[in-house]
Write a protein that binds this ligand. Structure first.
Ligand code: ATR
Length: 285
């Protein structure tokens, strides 16, 4: 256990709500194993006080950097001075670094997390090998679709309960993106390489009722939700014989490049952060 001292570098995660975040468990385990004099905290300013909160962090004297989660990701991007192309493409930032000169640097590592989750749980998966179906039309769906397009996917299909919202996102993403109504999911699943759930439907715990039999048997299905780890959607996909990827692996996958941005080094690979997070998830259930 690293001792927290007056010299400790402070980093953290900001969101609302935040008390169930697994990020402090993951980052503090890496900090301890790496022997870095630092601590990772969770903070939750009022929704209408986010801009003032961030303004007070300029210069890095309070916090060196922050991960950002719901509902603050779009605002975090808007408040930054320097933004990476992938954060711009997602129209959201999940990572802010407060530079000594007062500037705020913003990135989005969610796409990296998404693709690294596929790489670790679906060995051999190639994101460029075919069309991808993304369920939902919110910020998570947009980030997932942008990540797959950046990784070479030839086509992304936004599938959403409200078709007009899917078209808004598809239009922003460009000519490789199209939109389908949730009722037409079978058409959207035809010939896909992957299906990603970025809708909040999985959070509610109901059965997915999705036509997984319309997808090729080689398709890989991912759910960005990790509570529960095996969502009804992933259970249905497995019952249809498809390989699955879970949202916890994506959370860990976005945390790694965040740690690198905070501390200028990779997290120690020997720490089994997945088991640590699973122990907390199990205890919460
Ligand atoms: P994010 O958190 O990624 O920004 P959001 O803006 O909260 O997401 O959007 C939630 C998504 O889940 C939307 O695509 C929503 O569909 P609508 O655009 O039709 O509202 C989808 N969603 C939420 N509940 C759903 C349900 N019960 N069935 C299907 N889709 C649902």
């Amino acid at each position: 256990m690293t001792t927290v001292t007056a010299r400790s570098v402070v980093v953290g995660v900001v969101g609302r709500p935040i008390s169930h975040s697994l990020s402090p468990i993951i980052h503090n385990a890496w900090i301890a194993a790496a022997g870095i004099e630092a601590v990772y905290v969770a903070v939750s300013p009022p929704e209408d006080g986010f801009a003032a909160f961030i303004a007070g962090l300029r210069g890095g004297g309070v916090l060196r950097g922050l991960n950002v989660t719901l509902p603050f990701k779009p605002q975090a991007l808007a408040l930054a001075d320097d933004t990476t192309p992938r954060a711009k493409a997602a129209e959201a930032a999940n990572l802010l670094v407060f530079q000594p000169d007062g500037a705020i640097w913003a990135d989005n590592t969610d796409g990296l997390g998404l693709l690294s989750a596929f790489a670790s749980q679906a060995p051999g998966f190639d994101p460029a090998a075919g069309p991808v179906a993304v369920l939902g039309a919110g910020g998570g769906a947009r980030a997932a679709a942008a990540a797959f397009l950046a990784a070479g996917a030839p086509e992304v299909r936004l599938i959403n309960r409200t078709l007009s919202k899917a078209w808004v996102v598809a239009t922003l993403l460009g000519p490789k993106a199209s939109a389908f109504k949730l009722d037409d999911a079978a058409a959207g699943f035809a010939g896909v390489n992957a299906i990603v759930n970025a809708s909040s439907a999985g959070l509610l715990g109901e059965g997915s009722d999705l036509p997984f039999d319309a997808a090729p048997s080689t398709a890989v299905v991912m759910d960005m939700t990790y509570k529960p780890l095996l969502t009804p959607l992933l259970r249905d996909a497995q019952a249809a014989g498809l390989r699955t990827v879970d949202g916890l692996e994506m959370l860990i996958g976005q945390a790694r490049p965040s740690f690198e941005a905070f501390f200028g080094r990779s997290p120690p690979p020997e720490v089994d952060v997945r088991s640590l997070a699973l122990a907390v998830l199990g205890a919460d259930a």
